[in-house]
Design a protein. Structure first.
Length: 538
């Protein structure tokens, strides 16, 4: 049952504005900037008593940035967007907002908003709305049946709707967890976070994302975290039609965050008609920790890692260690701490093998001991064995990581590197290509350049490592293989210039014998060090 709100006082206006905020924070509107601006404008103008002044010209100028020459007879933007907004509002109240206390509408042949109180569970409001609900269900069924046999999902970065912008890391972490969880499923391929995160803070369409990434489904949403409360909205959209297969809003205590993630995963599994065994279902719901503060520390550490600096690495290490103090059985925290220590050595931020490589191996082994089904733990162990010079163990751990999660691009890259340094660079190329397909916006230039170097293809090695070093000038290994490739190709001036850039990134850098443990074959190691000596690095 519904009741029109024709006259509103301060209390009713506050309730309407609260409802507007709920709608704008929903998964349907989080990435729909035009419709969100449109809706906010008409609601604000209506509440301000200026409903009679809302016309196409005012909307075009104030919402769509048209100038004073706007002519609605020539430019149909307002009529088109109004139709889209009406449909989006109906879709919202048919699902996400079915139980909302107030309904905001944009009637046909009008640009002024109307408001209705809803009472009880039946808030369809009219026969027309019920008809719309049936049409939406029909379209959803049609879109679902049209999915490919092997669905591929792109999980867009969830929008941070929290009042504190510093909570961005939490929204990013929720997104990454969903990507990791879904990638475990045998019937679903998942685009890597490196590709989907390039759309962060971008106004893109679902069709554009699917076309550029090769996916046929998009999962998007928002996160609002205030104190010990969290609101998460999520929606699964079919790419070619733009139809919503599923959408939901969750308002829970922060301690229930894992339950929300589990439910989202299960809804996606159901929408994609994927059949899971009991073991796969249990694996999907395994969170790794029940201590929310430990989980929060890991999310913060993941954010700090992205800085790719010594300071950021130290802050990340503090976060992972703090997580383990709160939960000593948190496998993901051990795995990320292992990668952190190993990266210290690779970047020459530590000259102590005991305080970098050995600790990296120690924590990787702990991660595997705590959770032998965690692909990231075996990927970290693969890397640790490689830098210890234990090549067969490195390859075995890398293969196990991929068996556990075939779409884990970190595991694919680590296994590829283990094969390259073991003298089987050619076999790594298929792994690199698969990683590129799953992560099309990340080039894997460094690992590809490394393979080309080991195969003595210096022209391609230079091309790939140059791109890698240009993007990440603080990543010393890319500079090292670029300099060695230039030198061995006879480009001595470019080799020396590359060494100069390495010195800018790390003035105290020195090539030590300990750094060369990744090479299985002495001839490969000597070729690499010989090229660097020719480039002027000792």
């Amino acid at each position: 049952m519904t009741e029109n709100i024709s006259n509103w006082g301060d209390q009713e206006e506050g309730e309407i504005r609260d409802q507007l905020g709920t709608v704008l924070e929903s998964a349907l509107f989080a990435h729909a900037e035009r419709q969100a601006r449109f809706l906010k404008f008409v609601v604000d103008e209506t509440l301000a008593g200026r409903a009679d002044r809302i016309n196409q010209y005012a909307i075009a100028v104030d919402v769509f940035d048209r100038d004073e020459t706007f002519d609605p007879a020539i430019d149909a933007i307002v009529r088109v967007e109004a139709g889209r907004l009406r449909s989006k509002l109906l879709e919202y109240y048919a699902d996400l907002g079915r139980d909302d206390p107030i309904r905001i509408e944009l009637p046909k042949r009008s640009y002024a908003a109307t408001f209705r109180h809803t009472f009880g569970s039946d808030n369809s409001g009219s026969a027309g709305d019920a008809k719309f609900d049936r049409e939406v269900s029909s379209k959803i069924d049609s879109a679902r049946s049209a999915l490919l046999a092997d669905p591929m999902i792109a999980v867009l970065p969830f929008v941070n709707m929290s009042p504190d912008p510093e909570q961005e890391y939490f929204a990013d972490g929720i997104t990454e967890d969903l990507i990791t969880d879904l990638s475990k499923l045998p019937g679903i391929a998942v685009i890597s976070r490196h590709s989907t995160f390039t759309y962060k803070n971008s106004d893109v369409t679902v069709q554009q994302v699917c076309e550029e990434l090769g996916s046929n489904l998009v999962l998007e949403g928002s996160v609002r975290k205030v104190g010990d409360k969290v609101r998460i909205t999520a929606q699964l959209i079919e790419g070619s039609s733009g139809q919503h297969l599923w959408a939901q809003r969750y308002d829970r205590n922060l301690e229930n965050i894992f339950e929300i993630q589990d439910e989202v995963n299960q809804k996606i599994v159901s929408a994609c008609s994927v059949q899971l065994s009991d073991g796969e279902r249990q694996g999907l719901n395994r969170r790794g920790t029940e201590v929310i503060d430990a989980y929060d520390y890991v999310l913060r550490g993941m954010k700090e890692t992205q800085a790719n600096t010594m300071e950021g690495s130290a802050r990340a290490r503090y976060c992972f260690e703090s997580a383990l103090q709160l939960d000593p059985d948190y496998a993901a925290a051990y795995a990320r701490l292992a990668l952190n220590y190993l990266f210290r050595w690779i970047q020459n931020w530590s000259d102590s093998k005991e305080d970098s490589l050995d600790k990296g191996l120690e924590f990787a082994l702990k991660a595997v001991a705590v959770d032998s089904r965690l692909a990231m733990a075996h990927a970290a162990l693969s890397w640790a064995h490689l830098w210890q010079g234990e090549h067969d163990k490195a390859i075995a751990a890398g293969r196990l990581a991929i068996d556990l999660d075939p779409d884990d691009v970190l595991a694919l890259e680590r296994l590829a590197m283990s094969m390259i340094f073991s003298g089987d660079a050619e076999s790594s190329l298929d792994l690199i290509e698969k990683a590129r397909r799953l992560n099309p916006n990340f080039t894997y230039d460094f690992v590809h350049g490394l393979a080309m170097f080991m195969m003595s293809n210096y022209a391609e090695a230079i091309e790939s490592t140059q791109r890698s070093f240009d993007v990440s000038p603080n990543f010393v290994p890319a500079g090292l293989y670029l300099a060695a490739s230039h030198a061995l190709a006879g480009n001595h001036e470019r080799a020396e210039a590359t060494v100069a850039k390495i010195r800018q990134a790390n003035p105290s850098y020195q090539l030590s014998d300990g750094f060369l443990t990744q090479f299985k074959n002495s001839e490969d190691r000597e070729r690499f060090t010989g090229g660097l000596r020719q480039a002027g690095l000792t």
